[in-house]
Ligand binder design. Structure first.
Ligand SMILES: Nc1ncnc2c1ncn2[C@@H]1O[C@H](COP(=O)(O)OP(=O)(O)OP(=O)(O)O)[C@@H](O)[C@H]1O
Ligand SMILES: [Mg+2]
Length: 494
């Protein structure tokens, strides 16, 4: 029986046709992956299913009955819940408060029944994270991104209550390390087996092959293909996503890796040192971290979520207190950070693309708006940001395209040292190659780059040297040629 049927859905924002007649059928007890490039319309479709946006044309059914949610509360009553792409937890509330927000169980006088709230929240948490994994009284803002993601899912399930029949997950693993992602998929399988229909939006084709029963590809607002990911060749899926041959994508990916032997060109001992850490310790993490970064090289930092990668970058920049040790910055043009948290620290969502790229603490006091727009337009084409132009609000861009704006903003400042935290998060296959390519190019021009990534293949293919961070301890770096994914994972998880 079809849990969710979407028929001929159309949606435009102003002149932009985002969805142009989309059909999608999701069965109960099925994980259905929805794939497509950044800006293909995946999140927009899901927002329509949730009643957060309204289709211009088309119809839907849930459990065989006509379904036209005016808002998420309507969707919830029909048993449809979602974990959106961008995080929605209230940072100052604790885990329980976040989970029951809006569905607070109350007694006859409207008094919050604390005990019931704890019971509802604990039950939902046990479903996604296992018993006791997440402290229920922790403030959401103080938790790791991975734990916040698990709480988001628990919240969606609690909101759907007993009647949940469709669960939409929009890029649930984008900020999770491998072990957290595996655990999440274990839970997703259990939910599916209990009869739930799960819609999984993701850029990870490996996860689709391993965990989805069917897939549907969107491109330019239309369905380009669908099938069984276990039998469909990955080349075919990528072709459906990009509308061109995998060979050309491979070419781009190889270019990103520097093709034939860029590593040979990595700076030798003679290159100028830009940054040195001497046994730097933060309040909790890192512990006694030492490293040297030279002009022209990319130093990769591998480590599980929670190992202290972001803390290391923050300590280098002086954003967090350094308890002991020394950070010696010799880079004449300073350091810039690409934050892992693009909505929170990274971008001004209410401002235009051009403004986001132009406004910076180092920018001039008075800016000429026409220059700002021209500069914005140049970066839009440089990084292939899918948008209606430099004046579009960044908050209206797709998640992957927001990430590209953040990258543009960092690059235009011309720092000597770039600290990049998960630069390809939420970015589609083609753009991923492009971003990594860009990092290589920047290193080639003499920048020093520290690249933090959960994607181990990305580290191995892009970096000159890689160091591993484990529970706050940074290992000595070794040439990337001595590492492969398995070795990195073993080292990080040991
Ligand atoms: N409120 C809005 N106003 C204007 N344009 C919008 C709005 N919401 C989405 N869009 C546009 O619709 C297109 C599709 O965006 P959507 O977020 O659905 O993409 P996506 O497939 O989820 O991409 P990603 O993989 O990057 O998350 C984008 O070009 C985006 O800029
Ligand atoms: Mg999206």
């Amino acid at each position: 029986m079809n849990a969710l049927v979407v028929s001929a859905i159309e949606k435009s924002f102003g002149p932009v046709d985002v969805l142009r007649g989309v059909d999608l059928e999701v069965h109960g007890s099925e994980v259905h992956a929805v794939l497509g490039e950044n800006g293909a319309g995946k999140s927009t479709l899901m927002r329509i299913v949730l009643g957060l946006e309204h289709a211009d044309r088309g119809t839907m059914t849930v459990g065989g009955k006509p379904y036209a949610p005016r808002n998420p509360a309507d969707a919830r009553r029909a048993g449809v819940v979602m974990v959106p792409q961008e995080r929605t937890l209230c940072p100052h509330l604790d885990v329980i408060e976040n989970i029951v927000l809006g569905i607070e169980p109350s007694g006859p006088l409207g008094v919050l029944r604390e005990k019931d709230a704890v019971a509802v929240a604990t039950r939902a948490l046990a479903l996604v994270a296992g018993e006791g994994r997440i402290p229920i009284r922790a403030r959401a803002g103080a938790m790791s991104v991975a734990d916040q993601q698990l709480v988001e899912i628990a919240r969606a399930l609690a909101q759907g209550g007993e009647s949940a029949r469709v669960l939409v997950l929009d890029e649930p693993t984008a900020s999770l390390g491998k072990s957290d992602a595996d655990r999440l998929f274990e839970r997703v399988r259990a939910l599916k087996e209990s009869g739930l229909a799960v819609v999984l939006v993701t850029h990870f084709l490996g996860d689709v092959r391993d965990h989805a029963d069917r897939y549907t590809v969107l491109r330019d607002g239309k369905v380009q293909g669908s099938g069984d990911p276990k039998t469909a060749p990955p080349e075919q899926i990528v072709h459906e996503m990009l509308g061109r041959e995998l060979e050309s994508v491979r070419g781009e990916a190889d270019a990103a890796k520097g093709g034939a032997g860029y590593r040979g060109e990595a700076p030798g001992g003679g290159a100028e040192t830009l940054l040195e850490l001497r046994t730097v310790a933060g309040v909790a993490k890192p512990r006694a971290a030492s490293l040297t970064l030279k002009r022209g090289e990319i130093l990769g930092i591998a480590g599980l979520v929670g190992s202290g990668r972001t803390e290391l970058l923050r300590a280098i920049l002086g954003l967090d207190r350094v308890k002991s040790g020394e950070v010696v910055v010799t880079a004449p043009r300073g350091m810039g950070l690409l934050s892992e948290d693009r909505g929170g620290e990274g971008l001004m969502l209410g401002r235009s693309i051009a403004e986001n790229i132009a406004l910076s603490p180092r920018g001039p006091l008075f800016v000429n708006p026409s220059h700002t727009r021209a500069d914005g337009a140049r970066w839009i084409s440089e990084l292939s940001v899918r948008s209606s132009g430099p004046d579009q609000r960044v908050g209206d861009l797709s998640g992957g395209n927001q990430q590209k704006v953040q990258i543009a903003r960092l690059l235009r400042e011309d720092f000597d040292v770039l600290l990049v935290d998960e630069p390809t998060r939420g970015i589609d296959v083609a753009s991923k190659a492009q971003v990594l390519d860009l990092l290589r190019e920047l290193a080639g021009k003499g920048k020093g780059i520290i690249l933090v990534s959960s994607q181990l293949d990305e580290l191995v293919s892009t970096c000159d040297r890689i160091a591993v961070l484990r529970r706050g301890e940074l290992s000595a770096s070794r040439p990337a040629t001595e590492w492969d994914e398995e070795k990195l994972l073993l080292e990080a998880a040991s």
